[in-house]
Design a protein around this ligand. Sequence first.
Ligand SMILES: [Zn+2]
Length: 81
Amino acid sequence: MSSLNLPPVPCPKCGERQNVSNGASDPDGATFDVSCMVCGHAFTRVEFKMEIAVVLQEPPKGMAKDAAARLRAGNKNPRDV
Ligand SMILES: [Zn+2]
């Protein structure tokens, strides 16, 4: 069981960011079970990884763009956090 704390990712089917993780949201873990709360789409590991990569490039909500840029500048591998 991992202690990943990943942000919700947009559903490839309906675009909503309402993920339901059944305790297994690590796409590299032994088990992976994340689905969309809105349309019920079950994410594949590949889908989830692709979406999470995009999400992690975006500034968090409420954070000014320059602040996010400064954060990124000090962290060459934001995906590896
Ligand atoms: Zn959906």
